[in-house]
Each structure stands twice: as C-alpha cells, then as structure tokens.
Design a protein around this ligand. Sequence first.
Ligand code: HEM
Ligand code: HEM
Length: 232
Amino acid sequence: MGVGLLFTLLVILAEILGLLIVSLMVVLTNKYFGGYAWDGSEKQFNLHPILMVAGFLFFYGNSVLLYKIGAGISVSKFKIKMAHFLLHLLAFVCSVVGLVAVFQYHNAQGFGNARSLHSWMGLGTVVFYGSQLVLGFLFFLYPRPREEIRAAVKPVHVFFGIFLLGMICVSVLTGLTEKILFTDQGFDELSPVVIVTNIFAIAVVFFAGIVTYIVTSSKFSALTLSRYDQLN
Ligand code: HEM
Ligand code: HEM
C-alpha cells in the first residue's frame, strides 16, 4: 500500500474514532448520567467530561494531525501553524471551562477538591497543556527566536506533545472509571452503561495509538519534510 493511501486511511480512521469518542460521551452524560445544566448539580458535573473529551481528544487530535494533513494538500505552513495554535487554544479553553464546571459542582455539593488520583493527574495535565501552549507560542509564533534555537526546541515540543496525549488518556480513563464506581451499580454487572463505557475506553486507546503513529512514524515525516522546506 502506498504511503499516501495509508496516511489517508489512518487519518479517516482517527477522525471516525474521534467522533465516536465524543458521541459516546454524549450518550453517557446525556442518557445515563442525566443531561446538562449550569446549576451546581450532577447535571453541571456532566459538562466536565464532555468538555474535556471534546477539547483534549478531538480538538487536540485534529490540531496535531493538521501538520501532516496540511503538507499533503500543500497549504502554507504559516496557515497550518495558526490553525494548530487556535485549535490547541480552543482545546485549552474547553478544559478550563470543564474544570470550572467540576470545581463549582464540588463546592456546591460540599465535596472536597483535588483528593483523587484522577484530580491530581487531571490538574497536572491541564497545567502541562497550558505550559506547552505558552512555550509553543513563544518559540514558534512570537517572539520566535532564531532558526537554530527553533530547530533544537522542535523535537522537544513534539515529544512533550505526544507525552501529553498519554497524560490525557490516563486522566480520561481514571475519571470515567471513578464516575462509574460512584454509580449504584458500579462495574457489578455488564449493564448498557458499562458496555458503552468500555467501548469508549477502547476507542480512546486506539485513537491515541493512531495519532501517535501518524505523528511519529518516519514514513509520514517524509511527507511533511518534502513539502515544508523551512523550519518554522
Ligand atoms: C483530560 C481529561 C480530564 C481532566 C484533565 C480532568 C480533570 C479533573 C480534575 C482536576 C478534577 C478535580 C476537581 C475537584 O477536585 O474539584 C476532576 C474531577 C472529576 N472528574 Fe475529571 N478530568 C478529565 C476527564 C474526565 C472524564 C472523561 C470523566 C468521566 C466522567 C471525569 C470524571 C471526573 C469525576 C467523577 C470527578 C470528581 C471526583 C474527583 O475529584 O476525582 N473526568 N477532573
Ligand atoms: C498544548 C499545545 C500544543 C501541543 C500539545 C502541541 C503538540 C504538537 C505536536 C504533537 C506536534 C507534532 C506534529 C507532527 O509532527 O506531525 C507539534 C508540532 C509543531 N507545533 Fe505544536 N503543540 C502545541 C502548541 C503549539 C503552539 C502554540 C505553537 C505555535 C504556533 C506550535 C507550533 C508547532 C510547530 C512549529 C510544530 C512543528 C511542525 C513541523 O515542522 O513538523 N505548537 N505540536
């Protein structure tokens, strides 16, 4: 199979999985956990997983894949870089609103904050993500130091970008496990909610695997390098 065809198929698969992940989270929060509101209740909590998953998996994934998709269709690197930045910014804004939703809900219900493994992993992920966003902006957009510095920073930026995806998966999966354990049935039976949860988790793991493969495989780096001749 040609590299171009393999790339196209993997991107389509990543997009399908990304949409499936968001849809399954809508099914879980809307059908099984009770819907949405901004009133300090369980319904406010439900906005937390939706915003985290849409931002940190769907928008994150698209932002990262854009570099290689853009090279394939010969869009200028500056436009791709701006879109990469704006999608990450959107993901970060979603995550901040998602955190406000859960912290306000906890305070309204009188629950303690930042005790669970999930909350520590989650806070770490958001702080790390914010730092990557600021550093990415400073190094690649403005003030954008000279080429040798950017060339040295780029692999570090890519490595931590993918490392972040690992942290995101840990946060999403610990959060969902915790949520199911909080329900009356928990994981006692293979109920519809548990089945949807488990399918969601498998989709998350495969989505992360495909995105990581596309970003790190030397097959596809040639695709980017051949089109982008300058280091931006
Ligand atoms: C990358 C994605 C996620 C991040 C960064 C994240 C982050 C956080 C943080 C920082 C808290 C602590 C709030 C507090 O202490 O008041 C929290 C709470 C919570 N999150 Fe998430 N979350 C993510 C995804 C999810 C998902 C997908 C679910 C699934 C339902 C979920 C379920 C929960 C639950 C049940 C709590 C309340 C209990 C606790 O504090 O551990 N989270 N989340
Ligand atoms: C949390 C925010 C960010 C994350 C998680 C992230 C992640 C990544 C990842 C994984 C790649 C590798 C893409 C590939 O090689 O296919 C990448 C590349 C890149 N990112 Fe980011 N990024 C973030 C923010 C930014 C920002 C704000 C900028 C500045 C505009 C930026 C500029 C770049 C550049 C210039 C590349 C190199 C593309 C190339 O030449 O191959 N990133 N980023």
